[in-house]
Design a protein around this ligand. Structure first.
Ligand SMILES: [Zn+2]
Length: 407
């Protein structure tokens, strides 16, 4: 049994047209008008395929084939970052849909039912993983009112606009006993598979993330009349930490360690005033939980020492703390067996981006299949995977699902 590439491509094109701006990629942040249109489109595709469509209290979309429990799940997300590509997330959902259609068309008898899922807000318009957190019981009701998008709109209002009560989202929790396995096909979003010319990546573990919001406070002064030695310039703390944090990670991290200062705000933010306050986001990623912990601790100590060296007060707030997740051996084994059966080369690697599989993987056996990303590009309109690689990945997904559902 093989997937129908033409049908998968048609679905990718149709979904990719929703929220597309010519030359500027796809923008489908969760609960936007484009996301709502994509949700309606996906539900109609699920119904047309003869699957049982459903939406839970967190807005997660399901397509079920055959009743029963425990279920083998396949999916990803259909939301996108602003100006993103047409494959991140969409490939996992639409290849999953294609697999279910093929299995249904062939009338294969399986021991376990199959279920397609598209999780809400994986990309983080409102913080990220809203759907998979709710689905796995990790979403706390008291945290929901705090979730806002970049414009300050709360998820409460964003969902209410579509007749949904975000506070009810924890009711989306599924008993982990009902989940036999979860499999996600995704573009690699990195250069490894392409550079080694290997078509299939078997993901061993998903990177952990520690994100801090760090504020340096100094003193606003006149940019002309205040001598250089007489300043408490808050931005110098931010700049110094950015450079020293990089040195720390290069010296004490592993090849999978990353540090990124992605956002900086300076106050009052005027050309002729010495900055009184500088806020930066400081994000660490690493596959080893132990190394991540060490880097996080040393980074916080570094922020304090950099602050005092420049005469600043440093305050550190933890914004995100996601532990690295090793993926299930039995799902990895099924992916390897499927690749071998199809005569496809594969390699084991780590996922350096966040994925719903890491959330589901905390409560149930989860696995991920990667296909090559041209030039490693993603979260960009330049995202591209060849038709051959899409087909190979989707066929490995199909064979993996058949294996997991058969016994
Ligand atoms: Zn994704």
């Amino acid at each position: 049994m093989r997937i129908n590439l033409a049908r998968l491509k048609r679905d990718l094109d149709e979904l990719g047209a929703i929220g597309r701006t010519p030359g500027a990629g796809v923008s489908r942040p969760s609960w936007s008008d484009a996301d709502m249109e994509a949700r309606r489109w996906l539900l109609s595709r699920i119904t047309n395929a003869g699957l049982e469509a459903g939406v839970d209290a967190a807005g997660n979309i399901f397509g079920r084939w055959q009743p029963g429990s425990p279920v083998v799940m396949v999916g990803s997300h259909i939301d996108s970052v602003p100006n993103g590509g047409h494959l991140d997330g969409a490939l996992g959902v639409l290849a999953g849909l294609e697999c279910l259609r093929r299995i249904k068309e062939e009338g294969v008898h399986l021991r376990h039912p199959l279920e397609l899922v598209s999780f809400t807000d994986e990309e983080g318009a409102f913080g990220g993983f809203f759907g998979s957190y709710a689905f796995t019981g990790a979403l706390k009701a008291e945290d929901i009112p705090r979730l806002r998008d970049a414009a300050g709109t709360r998820i409460l209002e964003a969902m209410a606009r579509h007749g949904l009560d975000a506070l009810q989202a924890p009711a989306a929790r599924r008993d982990p006993q009902d989940i036999r396995a979860y499999v996600e096909l995704h573009i690699e979003q990195g250069p490894v598979l392409e550079s080694r010319q290997v078509p299939i990546g078997v993901v061993e573990s998903i990177v952990g993330i520690r994100r801090f919001g760090i504020t340096f406070r100094g003193r606003a002064d006149h940019a002309g009349t205040t001598p250089m030695g007489d300043r408490q310039d808050a931005f110098l703390g931010a700049a110094d930490l950015t450079l020293k944090g990089r040195e720390l990670v290069l010296a004490e991290g592993t090849p999978t360690s990353r540090v990124t200062v992605g956002a900086v705000q300076v106050k009052p933010g005027v050309a002729n005033i010495v900055p009184a306050e500088a806020y930066l986001t400081y994000e660490l990623r690493e596959v080893s939980a132990q190394t991540l912990g060490v880097l996080a601790e040393k980074s916080q100590a570094l922020a304090q020492s950099v602050g005092s060296a420049w005469g600043l007060e440093a305050s550190i707030e933890s914004i995100l703390d996601i532990a690295p997740v090793p993926l299930a051996a039995e799902v990895r084994g099924a992916i390897v067996a499927a690749s071998q059966e199809l005569g496809l080369g594969y390699m084991r690697l780590s996922a350096m981006a966040g994925h719903d599989a890491q959330v589901v993987g905390r409560v149930a056996p989860a696995g991920m299949i990667f296909v090559p990303s041209r030039n490693g590009r993603s979260h960009s309109p330049l995202e591209f995977t060849s038709d051959e690689d899409l087909e190979r990945g989707a066929n490995v997904l199909l064979q993996t699902l058949l294996r997991l559902a058969a016994d």
